[in-house]
Design a protein around this ligand. Structure first.
Ligand code: SF4
Length: 270
């Protein structure tokens, strides 16, 4: 059965599309997101959706990219995140509903239901408010996040090499995310300084969030001795490449994913 699937981004499309297919739907994918800023980011996110289209061969429709309509809609709520997001979601769902009505779909839904950042209650309240008077179209509520949906989505993103954005989409969320990132960086530096001292912190903090951290080439053994392998949690590396004789001193005997404090990283022992 055909259904219009409003899609906000490729990562959320993965699990939404798969679950709809498993339920026997034929989703027609509709990309309408005038909130995305800047335009290069919009193009990038749309291209990621096209990447999945190449794999799964679904019909894809691009809505108008009309940032001025988004800014008009959220006017007065720019710095009230909750209200701003309600308006932003409403705009996208309203447009999807109008499109679905125009092209005679009987059902529509949205990948916003897959997003870990969105409340299902808020989405359902908005859906009630925007119902059309003819009531010929039904919003199909499916909890795309259930049964490890977010984990599944993350796996599919790795499989298909899908870009996972680090901010929700609008200009405000971009600056909120940068501010959060700067605060987090500063806090991690301060914490590291308390543990290993200012000299070590200054010398090695340039490896903060590095893709690959080599031990002992980048970080000397003495650095780890101070507070054990746990001090790496302040540097948040993606992958740690560590000599086996050093790793064994910290109880790491084989390669794998490890939790260091609240930070998960891949450790390769060699
Ligand atoms: S944070 Fe996300 S949902 Fe909220 S206004 Fe920005 S793009 Fe829209």
């Amino acid at each position: 059965m055909k259904l219009l699937l409003h899609v906000c981004c490729a990562p959320d499309l993965t699990i939404s599309y798969k679950k709809l297919k498993a339920l026997g739907y034929e989703p027609i994918v509709y990309f309408y997101n005038p909130n995305i800023y800047p335009e290069e980011e919009y193009i990038k996110r749309f291209n990621e959706v096209k990447k999945l289209q190449m794999v799964w061969n679904f019909e894809l429709i691009e809505g108008e990219y009309e940032p001025s309509i988004y800014f008009e809609r959220i006017k007065g709520h720019e710095f009230n995140k909750y209200n701003r997001c309600l308006e932003c979601i409403k705009l996208r769902l309203e447009n999807s509903l109008i499109f679905a009505n125009e092209y005679r779909f009987s059902q529509y839904t949205s990948s916003l239901l897959a997003s870990p950042r969105k409340s299902h209650n808020d989405i359902l309240n908005i859906v009630k408010k925007i119902e059309l008077s003819n009531k010929n179209i039904r919003f199909q509520y499916i909890n795309f996040r259930s049964n490890n949906g977010i984990k599944e989505s993350s796996k599919m993103c790795k499989t298909y090499n899908i870009y996972r954005q680090d901010y929700c989409g609008c200009a405000f969320s971009l600056s909120e995310s940068k501010k959060y990132e700067e605060e987090s960086r500063r806090n991690n530096y301060e914490e590291l300084k308390k543990v290993v001292g200012e000299d070590y912190a200054n010398a090695f903090f340039n490896y903060y969030k590095t893709d690959l951290l080599r031990i002992p080439e980048d970080i000397p053994y003495e650095f780890l001795v101070k507070e054990g392998i746990n001090s790496l949690k302040y540097l948040k590396p993606q992958i740690v490449l560590i000599r086996k004789e050093i790793a064994s001193d910290f109880g790491i005997l084989k390669s794998g994913r490890y939790k260091i404090g609240d930070w998960k990283t891949k450790i390769i022992v060699w």
